[in-house]
Design a protein around this ligand. Structure first.
Ligand SMILES: Cc1cc2nc3c(=O)[nH]c(=O)nc-3n(C[C@H](O)[C@H](O)[C@H](O)COP(=O)(O)OP(=O)(O)OC[C@H]3O[C@@H](n4cnc5c(N)ncnc54)[C@H](O)[C@@H]3O)c2cc1C
Length: 391
Protein backbone atom coordinates (compact mmCIF):
# COMPACT_ATOMS: atom_id res chain seq x y z
CA UNK A 1 0.00 0.00 0.00
CA UNK A 2 1.39 3.40 -0.96
CA UNK A 3 -0.46 6.58 -0.13
CA UNK A 4 0.32 10.13 -1.21
CA UNK A 5 -2.65 11.60 0.62
CA UNK A 6 -1.78 14.06 3.38
CA UNK A 7 -3.55 13.69 6.72
CA UNK A 8 -6.00 16.34 7.93
CA UNK A 9 -3.36 17.63 10.36
CA UNK A 10 -0.76 17.88 7.60
CA UNK A 11 -3.23 19.69 5.31
CA UNK A 12 -4.06 22.13 8.12
CA UNK A 13 -0.36 22.80 8.74
CA UNK A 14 0.24 23.32 5.02
CA UNK A 15 -2.70 25.75 4.90
CA UNK A 16 -1.37 27.66 7.93
CA UNK A 17 2.09 27.97 6.36
CA UNK A 18 0.54 29.06 3.04
CA UNK A 19 -1.56 31.72 4.74
CA UNK A 20 1.48 33.02 6.63
CA UNK A 21 3.52 33.05 3.40
CA UNK A 22 0.86 34.91 1.42
CA UNK A 23 -0.17 37.40 4.10
CA UNK A 24 3.02 38.07 6.04
CA UNK A 25 5.99 37.15 3.85
CA UNK A 26 5.08 37.90 0.24
CA UNK A 27 3.96 41.54 0.79
CA UNK A 28 7.35 42.45 2.29
CA UNK A 29 9.69 40.13 0.40
CA UNK A 30 10.76 42.78 -2.17
CA UNK A 31 11.39 45.28 0.63
CA UNK A 32 13.74 43.02 2.55
CA UNK A 33 15.46 41.93 -0.67
CA UNK A 34 16.13 45.54 -1.64
CA UNK A 35 17.17 46.83 1.79
CA UNK A 36 18.97 43.76 3.10
CA UNK A 37 17.41 44.44 6.51
CA UNK A 38 16.97 41.46 8.76
CA UNK A 39 13.24 40.55 8.90
CA UNK A 40 13.08 39.96 12.65
CA UNK A 41 9.41 41.05 12.87
CA UNK A 42 8.34 38.57 10.19
CA UNK A 43 10.36 35.79 11.78
CA UNK A 44 8.78 36.65 15.15
CA UNK A 45 5.36 36.08 13.54
CA UNK A 46 6.47 32.67 12.26
CA UNK A 47 7.68 31.87 15.74
CA UNK A 48 4.38 32.94 17.29
CA UNK A 49 2.45 30.79 14.83
CA UNK A 50 4.56 27.72 15.66
CA UNK A 51 6.21 27.66 12.22
CA UNK A 52 9.74 27.68 13.60
CA UNK A 53 11.86 25.11 15.48
CA UNK A 54 9.74 22.51 13.73
CA UNK A 55 11.66 19.43 14.87
CA UNK A 56 11.97 20.30 18.57
CA UNK A 57 10.34 17.48 20.57
CA UNK A 58 7.14 18.14 22.54
CA UNK A 59 8.98 17.21 25.71
CA UNK A 60 10.99 20.43 25.29
CA UNK A 61 8.06 22.59 24.25
CA UNK A 62 8.36 22.16 20.47
CA UNK A 63 5.82 20.85 17.94
CA UNK A 64 7.89 17.71 17.19
CA UNK A 65 7.01 17.72 13.53
CA UNK A 66 8.58 15.11 11.31
CA UNK A 67 10.52 16.03 8.19
CA UNK A 68 7.40 15.42 6.11
CA UNK A 69 5.60 18.20 7.98
CA UNK A 70 8.72 20.39 7.74
CA UNK A 71 8.91 20.07 3.95
CA UNK A 72 5.25 21.05 3.68
CA UNK A 73 5.91 24.21 5.71
CA UNK A 74 9.08 25.34 3.96
CA UNK A 75 7.73 24.76 0.44
CA UNK A 76 4.99 27.29 1.18
CA UNK A 77 7.30 29.83 2.80
CA UNK A 78 9.99 29.66 0.13
CA UNK A 79 7.33 30.23 -2.53
CA UNK A 80 7.00 33.70 -0.97
CA UNK A 81 10.61 34.46 0.00
CA UNK A 82 13.59 32.14 -0.09
CA UNK A 83 15.76 34.35 2.12
CA UNK A 84 13.29 34.65 4.97
CA UNK A 85 12.64 30.93 4.81
CA UNK A 86 16.35 30.19 5.16
CA UNK A 87 16.56 32.42 8.21
CA UNK A 88 13.50 30.79 9.76
CA UNK A 89 14.42 27.19 8.96
CA UNK A 90 18.09 27.46 9.95
CA UNK A 91 17.00 27.09 13.59
CA UNK A 92 16.13 23.52 12.63
CA UNK A 93 19.62 23.06 11.16
CA UNK A 94 21.05 24.43 14.42
CA UNK A 95 18.84 22.42 16.78
CA UNK A 96 19.14 19.08 14.94
CA UNK A 97 22.64 18.29 16.32
CA UNK A 98 21.31 19.02 19.82
CA UNK A 99 18.26 16.79 19.25
CA UNK A 100 20.42 14.00 17.79
CA UNK A 101 23.50 14.23 19.99
CA UNK A 102 22.54 16.16 23.10
CA UNK A 103 22.13 14.77 26.62
CA UNK A 104 18.84 15.10 28.47
CA UNK A 105 20.23 18.08 30.44
CA UNK A 106 21.46 19.80 27.28
CA UNK A 107 18.09 19.37 25.57
CA UNK A 108 16.24 20.75 28.59
CA UNK A 109 18.58 23.71 28.82
CA UNK A 110 18.98 24.70 25.16
CA UNK A 111 15.77 23.54 23.46
CA UNK A 112 13.14 24.49 26.05
CA UNK A 113 13.61 28.29 25.79
CA UNK A 114 13.11 28.20 22.01
CA UNK A 115 9.34 27.79 22.12
CA UNK A 116 8.92 30.49 24.79
CA UNK A 117 10.81 33.31 23.10
CA UNK A 118 12.34 34.07 19.72
CA UNK A 119 15.92 32.87 19.81
CA UNK A 120 18.26 32.08 16.95
CA UNK A 121 20.41 28.97 16.79
CA UNK A 122 23.10 28.91 14.11
CA UNK A 123 24.99 25.93 12.75
CA UNK A 124 28.68 26.36 11.96
CA UNK A 125 30.84 23.88 10.12
CA UNK A 126 32.06 26.12 7.26
CA UNK A 127 35.22 28.22 7.38
CA UNK A 128 36.92 30.60 4.96
CA UNK A 129 39.13 27.73 3.74
CA UNK A 130 36.53 24.94 3.59
CA UNK A 131 32.85 24.27 3.11
CA UNK A 132 32.39 20.97 1.28
CA UNK A 133 35.24 19.20 3.04
CA UNK A 134 33.84 19.08 6.58
CA UNK A 135 36.70 16.81 7.72
CA UNK A 136 39.03 19.68 6.80
CA UNK A 137 37.78 21.96 9.60
CA UNK A 138 40.67 23.97 11.08
CA UNK A 139 38.96 25.55 14.11
CA UNK A 140 40.52 23.88 17.15
CA UNK A 141 39.56 23.02 20.68
CA UNK A 142 41.65 22.01 23.65
CA UNK A 143 40.65 20.98 27.15
CA UNK A 144 41.57 23.28 30.03
CA UNK A 145 40.21 22.18 33.40
CA UNK A 146 36.43 22.14 33.26
CA UNK A 147 36.25 23.95 29.93
CA UNK A 148 37.11 23.68 26.25
CA UNK A 149 38.98 26.56 24.58
CA UNK A 150 37.95 27.18 20.96
CA UNK A 151 40.00 29.07 18.38
CA UNK A 152 39.30 29.66 14.70
CA UNK A 153 37.14 31.38 12.10
CA UNK A 154 33.76 30.24 10.84
CA UNK A 155 32.34 31.71 7.64
CA UNK A 156 28.98 32.05 5.83
CA UNK A 157 27.08 31.41 9.04
CA UNK A 158 23.35 31.99 8.54
CA UNK A 159 21.86 34.37 11.14
CA UNK A 160 25.39 34.76 12.54
CA UNK A 161 24.79 38.33 13.69
CA UNK A 162 21.51 37.44 15.40
CA UNK A 163 22.37 34.08 16.92
CA UNK A 164 21.80 33.51 20.61
CA UNK A 165 23.51 30.14 20.35
CA UNK A 166 25.96 28.59 17.91
CA UNK A 167 26.58 24.92 17.35
CA UNK A 168 30.28 25.04 16.49
CA UNK A 169 32.20 22.15 14.94
CA UNK A 170 35.89 22.11 15.85
CA UNK A 171 38.81 19.70 15.95
CA UNK A 172 40.96 18.62 18.85
CA UNK A 173 44.24 20.47 18.60
CA UNK A 174 46.76 18.33 16.72
CA UNK A 175 44.16 15.88 15.32
CA UNK A 176 43.56 15.18 11.64
CA UNK A 177 40.47 14.76 9.50
CA UNK A 178 37.21 13.06 10.62
CA UNK A 179 38.14 11.50 13.95
CA UNK A 180 39.23 14.71 15.62
CA UNK A 181 35.97 16.62 15.24
CA UNK A 182 33.51 17.48 18.02
CA UNK A 183 30.50 19.77 18.26
CA UNK A 184 29.93 22.38 20.96
CA UNK A 185 27.00 24.51 22.10
CA UNK A 186 28.42 28.03 22.27
CA UNK A 187 26.27 30.92 23.53
CA UNK A 188 26.92 34.00 21.39
CA UNK A 189 27.73 36.13 24.45
CA UNK A 190 30.69 33.89 25.35
CA UNK A 191 33.85 35.95 25.83
CA UNK A 192 36.05 35.56 22.76
CA UNK A 193 33.13 35.07 20.33
CA UNK A 194 32.46 37.83 17.80
CA UNK A 195 30.85 38.15 14.38
CA UNK A 196 31.72 40.02 11.19
CA UNK A 197 29.58 42.43 9.21
CA UNK A 198 26.64 40.94 7.28
CA UNK A 199 28.06 39.52 4.04
CA UNK A 200 26.61 41.11 0.89
CA UNK A 201 25.07 38.45 -1.31
CA UNK A 202 23.65 37.78 -4.78
CA UNK A 203 20.35 36.55 -3.32
CA UNK A 204 18.75 35.45 -0.05
CA UNK A 205 19.29 39.03 1.04
CA UNK A 206 16.66 38.76 3.77
CA UNK A 207 18.87 36.18 5.43
CA UNK A 208 21.85 37.29 7.50
CA UNK A 209 25.15 35.59 6.67
CA UNK A 210 28.29 36.33 8.67
CA UNK A 211 31.72 35.23 9.83
CA UNK A 212 32.03 33.99 13.41
CA UNK A 213 35.38 34.50 15.10
CA UNK A 214 36.50 32.42 18.07
CA UNK A 215 39.48 33.71 20.05
CA UNK A 216 40.19 31.65 23.16
CA UNK A 217 36.44 31.22 23.56
CA UNK A 218 35.94 29.34 26.82
CA UNK A 219 33.06 26.88 26.65
CA UNK A 220 32.00 24.82 29.70
CA UNK A 221 32.98 21.17 29.26
CA UNK A 222 29.31 20.21 29.69
CA UNK A 223 28.55 21.97 26.35
CA UNK A 224 30.17 19.30 24.18
CA UNK A 225 27.57 17.39 22.14
CA UNK A 226 27.98 13.63 22.50
CA UNK A 227 31.35 11.97 22.96
CA UNK A 228 34.54 13.65 21.79
CA UNK A 229 35.33 12.73 18.19
CA UNK A 230 31.72 12.26 17.08
CA UNK A 231 31.35 15.70 15.47
CA UNK A 232 31.77 14.58 11.86
CA UNK A 233 29.09 11.90 12.18
CA UNK A 234 26.77 14.37 13.93
CA UNK A 235 27.18 16.91 11.11
CA UNK A 236 26.44 14.25 8.46
CA UNK A 237 23.41 12.91 10.37
CA UNK A 238 22.13 16.48 10.61
CA UNK A 239 22.41 17.00 6.85
CA UNK A 240 20.55 13.75 6.15
CA UNK A 241 17.63 15.16 8.12
CA UNK A 242 17.65 18.71 6.77
CA UNK A 243 18.52 18.30 3.07
CA UNK A 244 14.97 17.28 2.04
CA UNK A 245 13.88 20.70 3.30
CA UNK A 246 16.24 22.38 0.83
CA UNK A 247 14.62 20.32 -1.94
CA UNK A 248 11.24 21.53 -0.67
CA UNK A 249 12.33 25.18 -0.60
CA UNK A 250 13.55 24.78 -4.18
CA UNK A 251 10.15 23.29 -5.06
CA UNK A 252 8.31 26.27 -3.56
CA UNK A 253 10.52 28.78 -5.33
CA UNK A 254 10.17 26.93 -8.65
CA UNK A 255 6.38 26.80 -8.25
CA UNK A 256 6.27 30.57 -7.88
CA UNK A 257 8.58 31.06 -10.86
CA UNK A 258 6.21 28.96 -12.97
CA UNK A 259 3.18 30.91 -11.75
CA UNK A 260 4.82 34.29 -12.48
CA UNK A 261 5.83 33.09 -15.96
CA UNK A 262 2.34 31.78 -16.79
CA UNK A 263 0.73 34.99 -15.60
CA UNK A 264 3.10 37.06 -17.72
CA UNK A 265 2.64 34.81 -20.77
CA UNK A 266 -1.14 35.28 -20.60
CA UNK A 267 -0.73 39.07 -20.78
CA UNK A 268 2.19 39.64 -23.13
CA UNK A 269 1.52 40.08 -26.87
CA UNK A 270 3.99 39.27 -29.64
CA UNK A 271 3.27 38.82 -33.36
CA UNK A 272 -0.35 39.84 -32.64
CA UNK A 273 -0.98 37.00 -30.15
CA UNK A 274 -0.55 36.26 -26.48
CA UNK A 275 2.79 34.57 -26.04
CA UNK A 276 0.99 31.83 -24.05
CA UNK A 277 -0.41 30.67 -27.42
CA UNK A 278 3.08 29.79 -28.72
CA UNK A 279 3.93 26.14 -28.43
CA UNK A 280 7.51 26.97 -27.40
CA UNK A 281 6.16 28.77 -24.30
CA UNK A 282 3.60 26.04 -23.54
CA UNK A 283 6.33 23.40 -23.73
CA UNK A 284 8.51 25.31 -21.29
CA UNK A 285 5.66 25.72 -18.81
CA UNK A 286 4.61 22.08 -19.11
CA UNK A 287 8.20 21.03 -18.47
CA UNK A 288 8.30 23.26 -15.38
CA UNK A 289 5.15 21.70 -13.96
CA UNK A 290 6.35 18.13 -14.54
CA UNK A 291 9.68 18.89 -12.89
CA UNK A 292 7.99 20.54 -9.89
CA UNK A 293 5.82 17.45 -9.42
CA UNK A 294 8.94 15.26 -9.51
CA UNK A 295 10.84 17.55 -7.12
CA UNK A 296 7.99 17.43 -4.61
CA UNK A 297 7.68 13.66 -4.77
CA UNK A 298 11.42 13.25 -4.16
CA UNK A 299 11.34 15.59 -1.16
CA UNK A 300 8.28 13.89 0.32
CA UNK A 301 9.82 10.44 -0.09
CA UNK A 302 13.15 11.54 1.37
CA UNK A 303 11.37 13.18 4.29
CA UNK A 304 9.29 10.06 4.85
CA UNK A 305 12.43 7.88 4.82
CA UNK A 306 14.14 10.22 7.27
CA UNK A 307 11.12 10.06 9.56
CA UNK A 308 10.82 6.30 9.40
CA UNK A 309 14.42 5.03 9.08
CA UNK A 310 16.78 7.92 9.74
CA UNK A 311 19.81 5.71 10.35
CA UNK A 312 19.78 3.97 7.01
CA UNK A 313 21.98 4.96 4.09
CA UNK A 314 18.79 4.73 2.02
CA UNK A 315 17.54 7.89 3.73
CA UNK A 316 20.93 9.55 3.23
CA UNK A 317 20.89 8.86 -0.52
CA UNK A 318 17.22 9.85 -0.90
CA UNK A 319 17.94 13.05 0.96
CA UNK A 320 20.80 13.89 -1.41
CA UNK A 321 18.63 13.03 -4.44
CA UNK A 322 15.91 15.39 -3.20
CA UNK A 323 18.38 18.24 -2.71
CA UNK A 324 20.26 17.59 -5.96
CA UNK A 325 17.23 17.32 -8.23
CA UNK A 326 15.34 20.05 -6.36
CA UNK A 327 18.11 22.64 -6.56
CA UNK A 328 19.20 21.83 -10.13
CA UNK A 329 15.63 21.82 -11.45
CA UNK A 330 14.73 25.01 -9.59
CA UNK A 331 17.63 26.75 -11.34
CA UNK A 332 16.48 25.42 -14.72
CA UNK A 333 12.86 26.40 -14.07
CA UNK A 334 13.61 29.91 -12.90
CA UNK A 335 15.98 30.41 -15.87
CA UNK A 336 13.17 29.41 -18.25
CA UNK A 337 10.67 31.55 -16.34
CA UNK A 338 12.95 34.57 -16.72
CA UNK A 339 13.27 33.74 -20.43
CA UNK A 340 9.48 33.90 -20.77
CA UNK A 341 9.61 37.44 -19.35
CA UNK A 342 12.11 38.36 -22.11
CA UNK A 343 13.88 41.69 -21.45
CA UNK A 344 11.58 42.53 -18.57
CA UNK A 345 12.87 39.48 -16.73
CA UNK A 346 16.23 41.22 -16.62
CA UNK A 347 14.84 44.32 -14.91
CA UNK A 348 14.87 44.80 -11.16
CA UNK A 349 11.26 45.98 -11.11
CA UNK A 350 9.94 42.52 -12.03
CA UNK A 351 9.90 39.82 -9.37
CA UNK A 352 11.44 37.02 -11.40
CA UNK A 353 15.03 38.29 -11.10
CA UNK A 354 14.83 37.89 -7.32
CA UNK A 355 13.83 34.25 -7.69
CA UNK A 356 16.66 33.76 -10.19
CA UNK A 357 19.21 35.15 -7.72
CA UNK A 358 17.71 33.26 -4.78
CA UNK A 359 17.59 29.88 -6.56
CA UNK A 360 21.35 29.71 -7.02
CA UNK A 361 22.02 29.22 -3.31
CA UNK A 362 20.14 25.91 -3.22
CA UNK A 363 22.88 24.42 -5.41
CA UNK A 364 25.53 25.57 -2.92
CA UNK A 365 24.64 25.44 0.78
CA UNK A 366 24.11 22.30 2.90
CA UNK A 367 26.38 20.52 0.44
CA UNK A 368 26.84 21.61 -3.17
CA UNK A 369 25.26 19.68 -6.03
CA UNK A 370 28.64 18.03 -6.62
CA UNK A 371 28.71 16.83 -3.00
CA UNK A 372 25.21 15.34 -3.41
CA UNK A 373 26.45 13.59 -6.58
CA UNK A 374 29.41 12.30 -4.58
CA UNK A 375 27.08 10.89 -1.86
CA UNK A 376 24.88 9.22 -4.48
CA UNK A 377 27.72 7.82 -6.60
CA UNK A 378 29.55 6.46 -3.53
CA UNK A 379 26.39 4.50 -2.70
CA UNK A 380 26.04 3.30 -6.29
CA UNK A 381 29.61 2.02 -6.59
CA UNK A 382 29.84 0.57 -3.06
CA UNK A 383 26.40 -0.72 -2.10
CA UNK A 384 23.94 -0.67 -4.98
CA UNK A 385 22.86 -4.17 -6.02
CA UNK A 386 22.33 -4.36 -9.79
CA UNK A 387 19.07 -6.02 -10.83
CA UNK A 388 20.59 -7.46 -14.02
CA UNK A 389 23.53 -9.43 -12.65
CA UNK A 390 24.49 -11.40 -15.77
CA UNK A 391 26.40 -8.87 -17.85
C1 LIG B 1 24.32 32.26 1.83
C2 LIG B 1 25.06 31.12 2.42
C3 LIG B 1 24.65 30.62 3.66
C4 LIG B 1 25.37 29.59 4.26
N1 LIG B 1 25.02 29.17 5.53
C5 LIG B 1 25.85 28.32 6.20
C6 LIG B 1 25.61 28.01 7.57
O1 LIG B 1 24.63 28.46 8.18
N2 LIG B 1 26.50 27.19 8.21
C7 LIG B 1 27.59 26.66 7.58
O2 LIG B 1 28.35 25.93 8.21
N3 LIG B 1 27.83 26.93 6.26
C8 LIG B 1 27.00 27.75 5.57
N4 LIG B 1 27.25 28.05 4.25
C9 LIG B 1 28.43 27.51 3.61
C10 LIG B 1 28.10 26.47 2.55
O3 LIG B 1 27.65 25.30 3.15
C11 LIG B 1 29.39 26.27 1.69
O4 LIG B 1 29.60 27.43 0.94
C12 LIG B 1 29.25 25.06 0.78
O5 LIG B 1 29.25 23.87 1.54
C13 LIG B 1 30.38 24.99 -0.25
O6 LIG B 1 31.62 25.15 0.36
P1 LIG B 1 32.70 26.17 -0.26
O7 LIG B 1 31.98 27.44 -0.51
O8 LIG B 1 33.86 26.19 0.63
O9 LIG B 1 33.08 25.57 -1.63
P2 LIG B 1 34.23 24.48 -1.89
O10 LIG B 1 34.07 23.36 -0.95
O11 LIG B 1 35.53 25.18 -1.94
O12 LIG B 1 33.84 23.98 -3.34
C14 LIG B 1 34.12 24.77 -4.50
C15 LIG B 1 33.65 23.98 -5.71
O13 LIG B 1 34.32 22.72 -5.76
C16 LIG B 1 33.37 21.67 -5.76
N5 LIG B 1 33.89 20.55 -4.98
C17 LIG B 1 34.41 20.57 -3.73
N6 LIG B 1 34.73 19.33 -3.34
C18 LIG B 1 34.38 18.50 -4.35
C19 LIG B 1 34.44 17.07 -4.54
N7 LIG B 1 34.94 16.24 -3.62
N8 LIG B 1 34.00 16.58 -5.72
C20 LIG B 1 33.50 17.41 -6.68
N9 LIG B 1 33.41 18.74 -6.55
C21 LIG B 1 33.84 19.28 -5.40
C22 LIG B 1 32.11 22.25 -5.14
O14 LIG B 1 30.94 21.56 -5.51
C23 LIG B 1 32.15 23.67 -5.67
O15 LIG B 1 31.60 23.69 -6.94
C24 LIG B 1 26.49 29.03 3.60
C25 LIG B 1 26.86 29.51 2.33
C26 LIG B 1 26.18 30.53 1.75
C27 LIG B 1 26.63 31.04 0.40
Amino acid sequence: MIDFQLTDDQLALQAKAREFALNEVLPVSQHYDQTGEFPREVIAKAHKLGLMNLGVPKKYGGPEYGQLESVLVVEEMAAACAGMTTSIYVNDLGTTPIILGGSEDQKQKWLTPLSKELQFVSFATSEPGMGSDVAGIKTTYSRKGDAFILNGNKFWITNGNHADVFVIFARQQGSERHQGLSAFIVPSDTEGVSTGKPLKKLGHRASDTAAVILRDAKVPAENILGAEGTGFLLAMMTFVKTRPAIGAMATGLARSAMEYAMNYAKQRDAFGKKISSFQAIQTMVADMYARIEAMRLLTWRAAWLVDTRADGNIANVASSCAKLVGSEDAMKIVTDALQIYGGKGYLEQYPIQKLFRDAKLYQIYEGTSQIQQYVISRYLFKEYEPIMKNF
